[in-house]
Design a protein around this ligand. Structure first.
Ligand SMILES: Nc1ncnc2c1ncn2[C@@H]1O[C@H](COP(=O)(O)OP(=O)(O)OP(=O)(O)O)[C@@H](O)[C@H]1O
Ligand SMILES: O=P(O)(O)OC[C@H]1O[C@](O)(CO)[C@@H](O)[C@@H]1O
Ligand SMILES: [Mg+2]
Length: 437
């Protein structure tokens, strides 16, 4: 069904060419989807005024297509995992391997090791052949069986390697940096006039990929953080003026901290990168903490690692991929809270929790595992139909193929949005803890 063009416009994904081959999934009487099945892009009410032309953009639904671009028995698939770890990476590797090898019967599935390094000859990381036997139980483990890495690699050399191994389809599982890598690899492939599909499966516990409702691993990370809050609460209530201070990941987006504060509403202060705060009285965080202790004699604080960077001076160091190494807000808060109450001759008992890597190295929970399976399957469906330079992700509750050029700025918590307003209601912290008028 085509949408009414005056009202709706489908944003198509790039395709390598016409699809000539019958899908073997037809023999399984699987339901096929067409490019004409679409999902309306989520648009906030204030964005309507800025829209030009047809007001509703639509994305094509993910799903198996009846006709394929690649002939399965001639097709070689590659998988690579890059960036930080995340619960569910192995689930996605397994789902891609099973869908490609068992579902479509492709010739070969190659796992490139150590991120984009594994696609550059000078590192001598040989790819491993993946099959249903050696990926059978990997979803029960955290981490990535293919290993990962950060740091730039030469795009030309990456494409040389794809050609060397006759790779027809590359699946890159990673975060925002990895997706930019997909775009560069795609551009080089196009420049060389090659017929290789590159598909991204967005992974990040930070949940910060634009247009994607939820990235896999995020929910598991929140679930792991939940139990740390329970411990912090017990410690806080176990002593006079007890304070449980928990630092969670989230460089630029405070989704994990905000969701954890909602999931375990023992949190009294949630500090995220999107909402700046000051420390000192009259309206800084420390004064509000003092008032909270006066009322209830204990407090639980959750701080995202990217929060309060305005409180530091000095340049940032960078990691190999160019990401900022942030100043340690957890340690600064610990020091400043202890100093502040010592100056007031008030006894406090502060316990500091930093579960950073614990929450991202665990296996995926059941809901994330299910999501990973569907992402893996639908990434394979998209690639076999010749789609390229796109990602698969959940949008308005439905899996869609999103063209890479649509993926814009990082998704961040909106201080006026539903999530943050719920956090304010649950914590009862002031909306503004700055000295600004
Ligand atoms: N702008 C870019 N262009 C091309 N490649 C990039 C770009 N940014 C990052 N990459 C590459 O993508 C890979 C992963 O990037 P990065 O380390 O930033 O992790 P990520 O994919 O963003 O995951 P995470 O969310 O865990 O940080 C690295 O090899 C990096 O060099
Ligand atoms: O220490 P690493 O491995 O560079 O990863 C840390 C970063 O990874 C992320 O979890 C994103 O994957 C960030 O929130 C965090 O700052
Ligand atoms: Mg990143």
């Amino acid at each position: 069904m085509n949408p009414d063009e005056s009202m709706f416009r489908i944003v198509p994904t790039e395709t390598l060419g016409p699809c000539r081959y019958d899908s073997p999934l037809g023999a399984m009487r699987q339901r096929f989807y067409t490019d004409g099945e679409w999902v309306i892009r989520r648009t906030r009410s204030h964005e309507f005024e800025e829209l030009e032309g047809p007001p509703f953009e639509c994305f094509e639904r993910s799903g198996a297509r009846e006709k394929l671009y690649f002939r399965p028995q001639d097709t070689t698939v590659g998988i690579v995992t890059c960036g930080g770890l995340c619960p569910g990476i192995n689930d996605v590797i397994r789902a891609i391997t099973f869908a490609a090898a068992e579902g479509y019967g492709v010739k070969q599935v190659l796992g490139f090791q150590y991120g984009y390094e594994g696609l550059v000859a000078k590192y001598y990381h040989r790819p491993i052949e993946l099959n249903p036997d050696n990926t059978d139980d990997i979803h029960e483990k955290g981490g990535s069986i293919l290993k990962s890495s950060r740091g730039p690699q030469d795009t030309g050399e990456i494409v040389d390697t794809l050609q060397h191994y006759c790779v027809d389809i590359l699946f890159a599982i990673g975060g925002d940096g990895t997706m930019r890598g997909v775009r560069d690899i795609h551009d080089e492939i196009a420049r060389r006039g090659l017929r290789i599909s590159v598909i991204g499966v967005p992974k990040t516990i930070d949940n910060d990929i634009s247009l994607v409702e939820r990235t896999f691993g995020y929910e598991t990370a929140v679930e792991s953080a939940w139990s740390t809050i329970t411990s912090a609460h017990a410690e806080a209530k176990g002593y006079r003026n007890g304070i449980g201070l928990v630092k969670l990941m989230g460089r630029d987006s405070g989704w994990i901290a905000a969701s954890t504060a909602l999931a375990n509403s023992n949190v009294n202060f949630c500090l995220i990168p999107e909402v700046p705060f000051d420390l000192e009285p009259p309206n800084g965080f420390l004064e509000h903490l003092r008032r909270r202790l006066m009322r209830r004699a204990h407090a639980v604080i959750v701080v995202a690692e990217g929060a309060g960077q305005n409180l530091f001076e000095g340049e940032y160091e960078r990691d190999k991929s160019g990401n900022k190494r942030l100043h340690d807000i957890g340690v600064l808060l610990q020091e400043q809270i202890e100093r502040f109450f010592a100056e007031q001759n008030t006894e406090i008992n502060l316990k500091y929790f930093d579960p950073s890597y614990l929450i991202r190295s665990t296996p995926a929970n059941a809901n994330d595992s299910e999501y990973c399976l569907r992402l893996g399957h639908n990434a394979v469906h998209a690639a076999m139909a010749g789609k390229t330079n796109c990602i698969v992700g959940l949008h308005c509750g439905v899996l869609v193929n999103l063209p890479m050029p649509m993926i814009g700025e990082r998704k961040r918590v909106d201080p006026n949005g539903w999530t943050w307003q719920s956090v304010l209601q649950a914590t009862r912290q002031p909306a503004d803890m700055t000295h600004e008028e």
